[in-house]
Design a protein around this ligand. Structure first.
Ligand SMILES: Cc1ncc(COP(=O)(O)O)c(C=O)c1O
Length: 388
């Protein structure tokens, strides 16, 4: 039986040749590949600037850090996200204020967000859940007229659009992830997009120690000053070379994702017990990161049994995300969050399974996955719920 993993990095001859070329030279950081990758990524995203970094987490942290987020500040984030979103706030010494998400999309609920805004609120992180852009108009309506800025968490949203504009150009900055199973990979890596030239400059300085001049800009080798506090969050040349090769293949990857998603969705259409999120909501268009099967809220289907049955059928799954971030042990202990505070996020954490739609799928895989889900659902019915 052929295994279908949840995700697989699409690395081939192009990426290997690109890395070999970097390794045969002597410029491993601060070099032309990173600059070229930034230029091409900015063009694709329709952003004026792109700054490469070592991960999306680094990008989120830097976006808050260069804007002066620190102790006493609050940053609003959805309860249903990767912990990286909240950690970026914590790394600044600020407080993440969690808001429940919408049942229809998994994205932050702007009306609930309005109820937590106060003087200490400095920023909102708009996480585009599974690649579907947040309701940016509603976020703008709620934060407009204040100094609150928006950072987009685009970890799963490469090429997603809102009103025809790409994710990453909808807030002050947008942060992308190139972790192995994302839309494209640099092994580990990330990118920050922004239309603000001063912001791009500050981000570029702070990702490399706060040097006043990068290596290639120094009149006298080894001589630099440090004008601000910074980190070592750089992307190296081998990663950037892989990123360039991946960008050249991205159209094909995205087409495969969209097609696999649609075929899998069609295959699940007659399974009454599952709901599938829309990939088009108003002006938002998803990047089809994966297909989330949402099981009934009453717990009548055992999610873990579904995942186990799929595993038995050779199909890899994932969960986005296994707990609402405020209910992970660290955030619970730090801020005293309790079960019941984020009912929709809690439901999604417990009752969804993420199915693969990536370009690694074979020709008949979407139908095979759909058939396996159909077979798994009746067997995963909870006996207590069946009795009622
Ligand atoms: C929404 C979200 N934000 C941030 C991250 C972190 O990305 P990275 O691993 O590149 O730091 C992830 C990782 O999956 C994510 O899903």
């Amino acid at each position: 039986m052929k295994e279908i993993p949840f995700g697989r990095p699409m690395l081939g001859a192009e990426e290997r040749a690109a890395v070999a070329e970097v390794l045969s030279g002597s410029t491993l950081v601060h070099g032309p590949a990173a600059r070229e990758f930034e230029k091409r990524f900015a063009e694709r995203a329709g952003a004026a600037h792109a700054v490469s970094v070592s991960s999306c987490t680094a990008g989120l942290h830097l976006s808050l850090f260069v804007n002066g987020i620190g102790p006493g500040d609050e940053v609003v984030a959805p309860a249903m996200t990767h912990v990286a979103t909240a950690h970026a706030v914590e790394h600044c010494g600020a407080r993440p204020v969690f808001v429940d998400v919408q049942a229809e999309s998994g994205n932050i609920d702007a009306d609930t967000m309005a109820s937590v805004l106060r003087d200490a609120t400095r920023a909102v992180i708009a996480v585009h859940y599974l690649g579907l852009p947040c309701d940016m108009e509603a976020i703008e309506r709620v934060t407009g007229g204040s100094e609150i800025f928006v950072v987009e968490d685009c970890a799963l949203a490469v090429d997603a659009t809102y009103d025809g504009r790409k994710a990453g150009t909808l807030g002050l900055t947008g942060c992308f992830s190139f972790y192995p199973v994302k839309h494209m990979t640099t092994l580990e890596g990330g990118m920050i997009t922004t239309d603000d030239a001063d912001m791009a400059e500050a981000l570029a300085r702070c990702r490399a120690f706060g040097y006043d001049r990068a290596v290639g800009e120094r009149a006298r080798p080894g001589i630099y000053d440090v004008t601000r506090l910074g980190y070592n969050y750089r992307m190296n040349e081998a990663q950037a070379a892989v990123g360039l090769a991946q960008l050249a293949r991205l159209d094909a990857f995205q087409e495969a994702r969209a097609e696999n998603y649609q075929r899998l969705k069609d295959g699940l259409a007659d399974v009454d017990e599952v709901t599938v999120f829309d990939t088009v909501r108003g002006p938002a268009r998803s990047s089809h990161y994966c297909l989330n099967v949402v099981l009934p809220r009453d717990g009548s289907i055992d999610r873990d049994a579904v995942a186990a049955a799929l595993k038995g059928a050779g199909i890899g799954t994932s969960v986005h995300y296994p707990r609402p971030v405020p209910l992970t042990a660290y955030y619970r202990e730090r801020y005293g969050h309790r079960r019941g505070e984020f009912p929709v996020a809690e439901w999604l954490a417990e009752q969804t399974v993420s199915l693969p739609v990536g370009p690694h799928l074979g020709p008949d895989d979407p139908e095979r996955i759909a058939a396996a889900v159909k077979e798994a659902i009746p067997k995963a019915r909870c006996s207590a719920a069946v009795a009622t």
